[in-house]
Design a protein around this ligand. Structure first.
Ligand code: ATP
Ligand code: MG
Length: 571
C-alpha cells in the first residue's frame, strides 16, 4: 500500500502557504483566473486523464453509467451553452431538485463553467421547503423531473417571480414555453464552451445549512473555494492517482457537493455515485465490487452499520479500502474503534460546516488517531478556542479550556454571505475571527474535541454540559444504540439533563433498564452531569442529512412550537 500524502503534520502546518497551494492548480488558460469547473473537469479532459472515468453512477437497479473526464467536459460544455441560449446572466442562480443522477452533476459543473451560481436541493423536499429555498435564493433556472415539477413546483409559480425556466430531465418535449425539455436542449447544444474570465472571488455555489438549530441559512461560496477542495482531497482524503472514491452524501448538503462532486474531480480520481438511499448490505457490496479505496460517510450511517450483526471485512473483500472518513456530527470513540476493527482501516473523523465549504479540522492518515477527537486543523487553517461574552472576546491559549470554536479569516472556502441576512453574517465575525457556533476544547497535543453546539449547551447546577459528552457515555452501555440529550428548565438547578435513548434490538424499554442506565451514567460521569431523567424512544428525530434534531425533542418535551421542520427526515 502506498504511504500517506504527507508524513509530518507539524512540518507541513508550519511551512504552509495558500498561495503555494494555489499554484498546484492550473488556473484558466491565458491567466483568466480560477474556475472550479475548469480545475475539476477541463484541465483533466485536456490532459492525461482524458479517458479516465470521472464519475460512475450506480442506478437504483444496480446498472452503471460512466462518464470519462472528456465525456464530462463535453456534457458540461453543452449545459453551459444551454444557459447561454436561455440568456442566463453570470451570477444568476441555477437550482436543481434531482436525485443523484447524471443531470445534477452535469448541471452543477456546467453552471460553474458559465459562472452561474449553482444551488442543489435535496430531492425529497416537499413543496414548502422547496419554495422557501427557491424564493430566498432568487432562482432563475430550475432543473428537475416532470413529476417533481407537477407535484412540488407548479403550484408555487405565482410566488416565484424570478423563476424564468424549468428544465425537465425526463421528457423529450417542451411542456410549454416555460417548462422545457432538458434532453432536447442538450442535444441541440454545442460541446464547445470557453470558460469566461473568472475572478477567484466570483460567486459559485449556494448551500443551505441543515437546519439543525433553526431556520436553514443560505451560505454563498466563491470560486477560490477550489483551493480547499484540492488541498483537503490531498491531505485528508489522501487521494492518489487511480483511486476510487465514494462519498455517500447527497449534493443537497454541502458534503455531497464539495466531496461528492468537486474535490475528487479536482484531484483527478474516480468518484462513485449511488442513486439509492442507505442500505447496509448494498453499501458493503458496492465497497467490494467497485474496489473503493476511500470512503467518506457520516456518523448516522456508521451507527446504523454498527447495529447490524455482520463484520464487513469478514463477509466482503475490502482489501482495496485504505481509509474511512466521517463528518456531520460527532463520531464517538466507540464508533471509531468499531470501524477500525470492522473495516480493518483507520476511521477518520473530521469537522466542518456549510459555512466553511470544506474540511477544516481532521484526523489524518499519517497522524495518531485519538478516538473521539475531531483531529487537528487543516494546514493553512488557524483554529482556536475563544471565550466570548456580551462585551468581550478573548482567545484562550491554555489547553483544556472549553469555549467557542473560532477560525481565522482568510480561508479560501469560507462563505462570503448569508443571503438576505447581512446582519446575521456580520454577527458571525469578531475582528479577524469567524465564530462557528460550536464549542470545543484543545488538548495539550493540539487535538480538538467537540463539546457541543453553543445553542445546545445545558447549564445545570453551575455546570456547562455538552450533550455529546453525555450521549457518548450512554452509548458505551451495551443496550444503547443511540442517544440524544437536552436541557429541561428546572428552577432549582437551571436546567435538568434529560436523555432520550434508542435501545438495541433484544432490549426492553423497562423501568429497571432506565434506572440502570442513569446509574451507569452517574458512575461514569458523576451525578452533576449525568441525566436525571431518561426516556426510551423508538427513533430519534433527525435531519434528512442524518443529524439529531435536539431542538425538536426539546420543543416536544416542553410543549413548545416545533419550529422549522423543512429538513426533518420522516420515518
Ligand atoms: P444549522 O446551521 O442550520 O443549524 P447545521 O449546523 O447542522 O445546521 P451543517 O452546516 O450541515 O448545518 O452542519 C455543520 C455542523 O455539524 C457543525 O457546526 C457541527 O455542529 C456539526 N458537525 C459537523 N461535523 C462534526 C464533527 N466531526 N464532530 C462534531 N460535530 C460536527
Ligand atoms: Mg450550523
Amino acid at each position: 500500500m502506498k504511504g500517506p500524502n504527507f508524513s509530518d503534520y507539524e512540518a507541513l502546518y508550519k511551512g504552509y502557504d495558500w498561495q503555494k497551494e494555489k499554484s498546484n492548480l492550473s488556473g484558466l488558460p491565458g491567466g483568466k483566473g480560477l474556475n472550479i469547473a475548469y480545475e475539476a473537469v477541463d484541465r483533466h479532459a485536456d490532459g492525461d486523464l482524458k479517458n479516465t472515468t470521472a464519475l460512475r453512477f450506480i442506478r437504483k437497479s444496480g446498472e452503471h453509467v460512466d462518464y470519462t473526464y472528456a465525456g464530462l467536459k463535453a456534457e458540461t460544455g453543452k449545459f453551459a451553452n444551454v444557459l447561454k441560449k436561455l440568456k442566463v446572466k453570470e451570477g444568476d442562480r441555477v437550482f436543481s431538485l434531482l436525485g443523484r443522477v447524471p443531470p445534477l452533476y452535469i448541471a452543477s459543473l456546467g453552471s460553474l463553467k458559465y459562472k452561474a451560481v449553482f444551488c442543489p436541493l435535496f430531492s425529497v423536499f416537499g413543496p414548502e421547503p422547496v419554495f422557501q429555498r427557491l424564493s430566498k435564493g432568487d432562482v432563475r433556472i430550475l432543473i428537475t423531473t416532470t413529476d417533481a415539477y407537477e407535484k412540488k413546483v407548479k403550484g408555487l409559480l405565482g410566488r416565484l417571480p424570478s423563476l424564468q425556466y424549468v428544465l425537465l430531465t425526463d421528457t423529450d418535449r417542451d411542456l410549454d414555453e416555460f417548462a422545457l425539455s432538458y434532453p432536447k436542449l442538450m442535444e441541440e447544444a454545442s460541446e464547445e464552451f470557453s470558460i469566461p474570465t473568472t475572478d477567484p472571488e466570483d460567486p459559485a455555489l449556494l448551500h443551505f445549512t441543515s437546519g439543525t438549530t433553526g431556520m436553514p441559512k443560505g451560505a454563498l461560496h466563491v470560486h477560490q473555494a477550489v483551493v480547499i477542495h484540492y488541498s483537503t482531497g490531498k491531505y485528508v482524503l489522501d487521494f492518489k492517482k487511480g483511486d476510487i472514491f465514494w462519498c455517500t452524501a447527497d449534493p443537497g448538503w454541502v458534503t455531497g457537493t464539495s466531496y461528492g462532486i468537486i474535490s475528487p474531480l479536482v484531484n483527478g480520481v474516480t468518484s462513485i455515485v449511488d442513486e439509492e438511499e442507505f442500505d447496509g448490505m448494498r453499501w458493503y457490496s458496492i465497497l467490494e465490487k467497485e474496489k473503493v479505496n476511500i470512503w467518506y460517510t457520516a456518523p448516522t450511517a456508521i451507527r446504523r452499520l454498527m447495529r447490524m450483526t455482520i463484520v464487513p471485512k469478514e463477509s466482503f473483500d475490502l482489501s482495496h479500502l485504505r481509509l474511512v472518513l466521517s463528518v456531520g456530527e460527532p463520531l464517538h470513540a466507540g464508533a471509531v474503534i468499531w470501524g477500525e476493527k470492522a473495516f480493518g482501516v483507520p476511521v477518520l473523523d473530521n469537522w466542518w460546516q456549510t459555512e466553511t465549504g470544506g474540511i477544516m479540522i481532521s484526523n489524518y492518515r499519517s497522524m495518531k488517531v485519538k478516538p473521539g477527537s475531531m483531529g487537528r486543523p487543516l494546514p493553512g487553517v488557524h483554529a482556536a478556542i475563544a471565550d466570548i461574552g456580551e462585551n468581550h472576546f478573548k482567545v484562550l491559549d491554555q489547553p483544556g479550556k472549553e469555549g467557542h470554536l473560532v477560525l481565522k479569516k482568510g480561508i479560501p472556502s469560507l462563505f462570503r454571505e448569508y443571503i438576505h441576512q447581512e446582519e446575521r453574517y456580520q454577527k458571525s465575525f469578531h475582528g479577524d475571527w469567524y465564530i462557528t457556533g460550536d464549542l470545543a476544547r484543545i488538548d495539550s497535543d493540539g487535538y480538538f474535541w467537540f463539546v457541543g453546539r453553543a445553542d445546545d449547551i445545558i447549564k445545570t447546577s453551575g455546570h456547562m454540559v455538552g450533550p455529546f459528552e453525555v450521549e457518548s457515555t450512554l452509548m458505551k452501555h451495551p443496550a444503547v444504540a443511540e442517544a440524544a440529550v437536552i436541557g429541561k428548565p428546572e428552577p432549582s438547578i437551571g436546567e435538568l439533563v434529560k436523555a432520550f435513548v434508542v435501545l438495541k434490538e433484544g432490549y426492553q424499554a423497562e423501568k429497571d433498564l432506565e434506572r440502570e442506565l442513569i446509574g451507569f451514567a452517574r458512575k461514569t460521569m458523576g451525578p452533576a452531569v449525568a441525566p436525571k431523567e431518561l426516556s426510551f424512544i423508538d427513533s430519534l428525530p433527525k435531519t434528512k442529512s442524518g443529524k439529531i434534531l435536539r431542538r425538536l425533542l426539546k420543543a416536544r418535551e416542553l410543549g413548545l412550537p416545533e419550529g422549522d421542520l423543512s429538513t426533518l427526515e420522516k420515518n
